[in-house]
Design a protein around this ligand. Structure first.
Ligand SMILES: Nc1ncnc2c1ncn2[C@@H]1O[C@H](COP(=O)(O)OP(=O)(O)OP(=O)(O)O)[C@@H](O)[C@H]1O
Ligand SMILES: [Mg+2]
Length: 245
């Protein structure tokens, strides 16, 4: 592994040590993953299909539980504090149909704040702000099920923004977005203060948004460091089935 940066201390947002995970059919999707992300960092997760990116992201709020150690904002991820961790890690699935389940957009975006027990006025304000942030004001009464894929993806992001999480873990948020929506999302991610880990295959977006890139292949972190250095390493990229277009 190249250019590893190990960060420690109280400003650590995510700390993963020796994480291993196999799906029930025996596929080893994560093999000894170590990853530490400081508060405020914006990190891209890059890797070929099947590398383990989605599997890793699903561990960050305990949807999948492998062997090893995960700490979120200093707290170990365990069954006892899943609710708290889920308020801190806003995980957005690649497929918005996995995220949206309410009869209206409003209900989906309000779900998290209501679950947190916030007062009605604050819930309304959070929903308004989250929809504004993703450019979906006016969609409150629409059926999520009837929206276009790109619109659903934006609403899915709003459902976690409304919880004001400390960490955003986004799985391929740019796929299926038209160029305008992609630019808007890039602008949004640029200004949001949260710690971010974002999987994407879009190299230009990685270059533009993420100072640090983590490359995964075959369940392992194979490179971790400065984005420009990693994207300039054509041998590394070729070895792992990636290319800078
Ligand atoms: N539900 C599942 N059951 C069994 N194996 C799975 C399951 N989901 C993923 N896998 C396997 O785990 C490995 C990692 O998959 P994962 O979805 O994490 O990759 P990825 O890096 O997100 O790929 P992509 O770029 O295609 O989204 C792959 O070998 C995949 O086939
Ligand atoms: Mg994936």
């Amino acid at each position: 592994m190249r250019a590893t940066k190990v960060r420690t201390g109280v400003d650590t947002a995510i700390r993963i040590a020796n994480l291993r995970f196999a799906y029930p059919d025996g596929v080893e999707a994560l093999r000894d993953v170590d990853l530490t992300i400081a508060a405020g960092e914006k990190v891209a997760l890059l890797g070929p299909n099947g590398a383990g990116k989605t599997t890793l992201l699903l561990h960050l709020n305990g949807i999948l539980q492998g062997k090893g150690d995960i700490r979120i904002m200093g707290q170990p991820l365990s069954d006892g504090n899943l609710k708290r961790i889920r308020g801190q890690v806003g995980l957005v699935f690649e497929n918005p149909d996995d995220q949206l389940f309410s009869p209206t957009v409003f209900d989906d975006v309000a779900f998290g704040p209501l679950y947190m027990g916030l007062p009605r006025e604050e819930v309304l304000e959070r929903v308004r702000l989250a929809l504004e942030q993703v450019g979906m004001e006016g969609f409150e009464e629409r059926l999520p099920y009837h929206l276009s894929l790109g619109q659903k993806k934006r609403i899915a992001i709003a459902t976690v923004l409304s919880m004001s999480p400390a960490i955003l873990a986004l799985d391929e948020p740019f796929s299926s977005l038209d160029p305008g929506a992609r630019r808007e999302l890039m602008r949004l991610l640029q200004v949001l203060p949260q710690t971010m880990i974002v999987s994407t295959h879009h190299i230009p977006i990685i270059r533009h948004l993420f100072p640090r890139t983590v490359v995964m292949d075959d369940g392992r972190v194979v490179a971790d460091g400065d984005t420009e250095a990693i994207l300039a390493d054509t041998a590394l990229l070729e070895t792992h089935g990636l290319e800078v277009s």
